[in-house]
Design a protein around this ligand. Structure first.
Ligand code: FES
Length: 152
């Protein structure tokens, strides 16, 4: 049976009837058309599906949608606005912090959550705090540089 679930996504309130087994990554991409959030491993290993819930980063492939009732969710589409990219989006471009770009929305959402946590400052700490976000192109040095630009 579906359950009515109320989610605020990028500032817009949605009341949705959701099957209890639908994961947030699929709800975002398939029901709501927010395809910026990517699905890589679908098992909580790669971080491509990272979104922010109440400002905290989570792997949306592990989060059941109905469990998020009442949550405030921010996806990559909600971080910037057309013509007004988020500082992390600007720094990722400036620092060439991607190659194929598939992991980038997750990297940027994760970095936004990491910055809000306020614990990582050095390159080493940033790498550790971002270790849940894999980049198969190996753009890690540029990702760290882009995050550091926003931190400092
Ligand atoms: Fe969710 Fe890989 S798709 S962590």
């Amino acid at each position: 049976a579906t359950r009515t679930t109320r989610l605020t996504i990028n500032g817009t309130v949605h009341e949705l009837r959701i099957e209890p087994w639908v994961f947030l990554v699929d709800l975002l991409r398939e029901t709501l058309g927010l395809t910026g959030t990517k699905k890589g491993c679908d098992h909580g290993q790669c971080g491509a599906c990272t979104v922010l819930i109440g400002g905290k980063r989570i792997n949306s492939c592990l989060a059941l949608s109905v469990m998020q009732d009442g949550a405030e969710i921010t996806t990559i589409e909600g971080l910037g606005a057309p013509g007004r990219p988020h500082p992390l989006q600007q720094s990722f471009i400036a620092r060439d912090a991607f190659q194929c770009g598939y992991c980038t929305p997750g990297q940027i959402c994760s970095a936004a959550g990491m910055i809000a946590e306020g614990r990582a400052h050095s390159d080493e700490e940033i790498r550790e705090a971002m270790s849940g976000n894999l980049c198969r192109c190996g753009a890690y040095p540029n990702i760290v540089a882009a995050i550091k630009d926003v931190l400092t």
